[in-house]
Design a protein around this ligand. Structure first.
Ligand SMILES: Nc1ncnc2c1ncn2[C@@H]1O[C@H](COP(=O)(O)OP(=O)(O)OP(=O)(O)O)[C@@H](O)[C@H]1O
Length: 337
């Protein structure tokens, strides 16, 4: 669907040359909600804007729906871009136009015939659940409502791809949830492929099925969201995941622990308990459960336990080996004394 091959984007300013994207290759499948995560300056916007040629890659190729975007220019590029909608953090609505006119404007700009515009605008307003706001101006809308207008406008030409540039970063958590729900339903009902960039792993956990993590212009890890949550390999991926998968063991409890504190992550909702139970019978250590939770990612359970192990250091190591051998991920949070 979207094929990104060895894309590099170099910016030349008067003072310096900056490489925003370094040799990135990614495939985004039809129907994916694909999250690109990274800290500020990682290259997320640059890569996203290369997909619809708002930025032209310095090298490499990008194909959307089998059409090589990097080869297109002028009218051919304009036509292909109609298949790619885009929404932004700051909405970019026209303040002097009503909600209706904002959407109609996008339709006119794309060449829609004027007799089709009214019904199409009404239809789009229904899709984003904003029919009652058709005649108000952007200043009278909340952030979430503005983004709904942005989404309606982006959908006006029936795109197959929607690019979301930090689309929920300016919104409060509840409004963020409602926009994410809307995006997910568009993905399911219209079969829309969505690529979103964000620095919030919570957004990815909420709606994405696949993701890539970027750092210094490079993709450091990518794959299925569940798999990366269950078994992240890169340090940065682990850091982002730790930010959203909470282990609320109070500091006072941790301070009282003298043993080795480990985090055990297992796929499924009950497998981990059995493995830990078996381990405690086989190995001469004591285990004290400090925290347990089941997170749901893409509707699939991912179990997390925080456990204090006490006993002879060699036995503690053996206990961890035992768990690891059963294909359950173990991380040491702090070593005992
Ligand atoms: N138009 C530009 N001219 C020069 N440098 C740029 C330009 N756009 C981006 N850069 C540089 O490219 C690098 C990647 O920036 P980019 O905006 O793609 O990162 P990002 O991950 O989207 O960050 P943020 O989350 O802050 O938007 C940064 O070092 C940035 O300064």
């Amino acid at each position: 669907m979207i094929d990104i091959k060895q894309v590099t984007k170099v910016y030349h300013t008067k003072k310096k040359t900056v490489t925003g994207v370094k040799n990135v290759s990614l495939t985004i499948h039809k129907g994916d909600v694909f999250g690109i995560v990274g800290y500020s300056g990682a290259g997320k916007s640059s890569l996203l804007r290369c997909i619809n040629m708002l930025e032209r890659p310095s090298s490499g190729t990008i194909s959307v729906d089998g059409m090589e975007m990097t080869k297109l220019k002028g009218e051919a590029l304009r036509q292909q871009r109609l298949k790619i909608g885009m929404i932004f953090q700051h909405f970019y609505l026209i303040n002097q136009k009503t909600v209706y006119e904002n959407i109609a404007f996008a339709l006119r700009a794309a060449g829609a015939s004027s007799d089709k515009i009214p019904s199409r605008v009404e239809e789009l307003l229904r899709v984003v659940e904003l029919s009652d706001k058709r005649d108000v101006y952007p200043a009278q809308l909340s952030g979430g409502q503005k983004q709904r207008v942005g989404i309606a406008r982006a959908l006006s030409n029936n795109p197959t791809v929607l690019l979301c540039d930090e689309a929920t970063s300016a919104l409060d958590p509840t409004t963020t949830q409602s926009i994410l729900r809307l995006l997910k339903s568009l993905n399911k009902e219209l079969g829309l492929t969505i690529v979103l960039i964000t620095h919030e792993m919570g957004v990815v956990k909420e709606i994405c099925n696949r993701m890539a993590i970027m750092q210094d212009g490079e993709v450091v890890e990518h794959g299925n969201v569940y798999d990366l949550f269950a078994e992240p390999k890169n340090t940065l991926t682990k850091e982002f995941i730790t930010n959203v998968v909470s282990f609320d063991v109070p500091e006072e409890t941790l301070a009282k622990c003298t043993g080795t504190i480990i985090k055990v992550m297992f796929q499924g909702s009950s497998a981990g308990e059995g493995i830990i139970g078996d381990m405690l019978q086989e190995v001469d250590v004591r285990g004290n459960f400090l925290h347990g939770a089941i997170e749901y990612i893409e509707g699939k359970p991912l179990g997390i336990f925080i456990l204090e192990l006490t006993g002879d250091p060699e036995q503690v190591n053996q206990a961890m080996d035992y768990i690891q051998k059963r294909h359950v991920r173990v991380e040491v949070i702090s070593h005992g004394y």
